[in-house]
Design a protein around this ligand. Structure first.
Ligand code: FO1
Length: 324
């Protein structure tokens, strides 16, 4: 069986880890291949290095090197390089980059500089983290360098800031007018991405941010059409519980695009290709125009790997029960 998931950062990575755990501990499913299409709109160039936060969060989470409490960055981290950069007055200092994390950014930048594509670089990084041995293929959504920017207006007129500056420096506290991803409409899907959707047996949408993570992946030309056309059932997991994101600032993102922060409204964003939508018991009244809505038998909280595995298992059962 082949499962394809569109993923953002922390939520997507934790979901895929739970999915893989469920597959590996369920007789007959161990050989299932999982392809993850990662959002690269969060990518940013810092100190001359290319940083790909959602890809790195997936690598570290699936490879066992993640700082579990933070959900991003490497475990057992130190910040000696960053303190040297600060001593030189190097900017910015609002994005915490650890010494071990710098290793990833250095090799990514070196390989990109040697002419490798982001897909080739990501495959090398994934090999180090043992993803092929887990039957996980990690694909960037596109090899074209793209970055999500946030248009804000702090009273002195509109200006665009990098997504990370809005997300990390401002903690999404400055109201976003809109999100723009320069060049996305001319970006080609990375090799294998569209086939991974078209040829999947199941397509899953983890509880990632619907606007700046999954929403960006959906903006890659051809992705939405592939989702509409695939014979695979497409099943999503709500990232909101009672109108609140479990973590992050999905509510601020939804407000920026004028969408209510409800499980129903988020499911509605995917309605043109979604077959089923898994929601928390607190959102049991949710209905969608065409997709089937099912209530998870417990809190839709990815509190640990076992809890996440149960959510992933329910999503797969749901996929087998709906016709695409
Ligand atoms: N998130 C923060 O809230 N503060 C940080 O300083 C920070 C640094 C950082 C460094 C590398 C990385 O891969 C992720 C990092 N993140 C940080 C998380 C990141 O902003 C988010 O995980 C995604 O970009 C949003 O999904």
């Amino acid at each position: 069986m082949r499962i394809t998931a569109l993923a953002g950062g922390v939520g997507g990575a934790r979901f895929v880890r739970g999915l893989r755990h469920h597959l590996d501990t369920t007789p007959g499913l161990e050989d299932t291949e999982v392809t993850v299409v990662a959002n690269t709109g969060d990518d940013i160039t810092l100190f001359g290095l290319r940083v790909s936060p959602d890809v790195d969060t997936l690598l570290y989470t699936l490879g066992g090197g993640i700082d579990e409490a933070q959900g991003w960055g490497r475990a057992d981290e130190s910040h000696r390089v960053q303190s040297e950069l600060a001593a030189y007055g190097a900017q910015p200092q609002w994005f915490a980059l650890g010494d071990r994390d710098f290793g990833t950014h250095v090799v990514r930048s070196q390989w990109l500089g040697q002419g490798l594509s982001l897909s080739e670089v990501t495959a090398r990084l994934a090999a180090r983290w043992g993803l092929p041995e887990q039957r996980i293929t990690l694909l960037p959504m596109t090899d074209t360098p793209v970055e999500t920017h946030v248009v804000v207006d702090e009273g002195d007129g509109e200006r665009a800031i990098h997504f990370q500056e809005w997300w990390v420096r401002h903690q999404a506290s400055v109201p976003a007018r809109r999100f723009v991803v320069a060049g996305l409409d001319r970006a080609a899907a990375a090799p294998g991405v569209l086939d991974a959707i078209r040829q999947a047996d199941v397509v899953l949408l983890p509880p990632s941010n619907p606007v700046v993570s999954i929403g960006i992946v959906l903006g890659v030309p051809g992705v939405r059409d592939a989702l509409r056309g695939t014979t695979a059932p497409v099943v999503g997991v709500s990232p909101l519980i009672s109108g609140r994101p479990v973590r992050g600032h999905a509510d601020a993102c939804l407000e920026a695009i004028g969408v209510p922060a409800t499980a129903a409204a988020v499911g509605g964003l995917y309605e043109d290709f979604l077959d089923a939508w898994l929601v928390d018991p607190a959102d049991a009244g949710t209905t969608l125009a065409r997709a089937r809505v099912e209530v998870f038998d417990g809190p839709l909280l990815m509190s640990d790997v076992d809890a996440t595995a149960r959510i992933a298992a329910h999503a797969l059962r749901l996929a087998s029960s709906v016709t695409a």
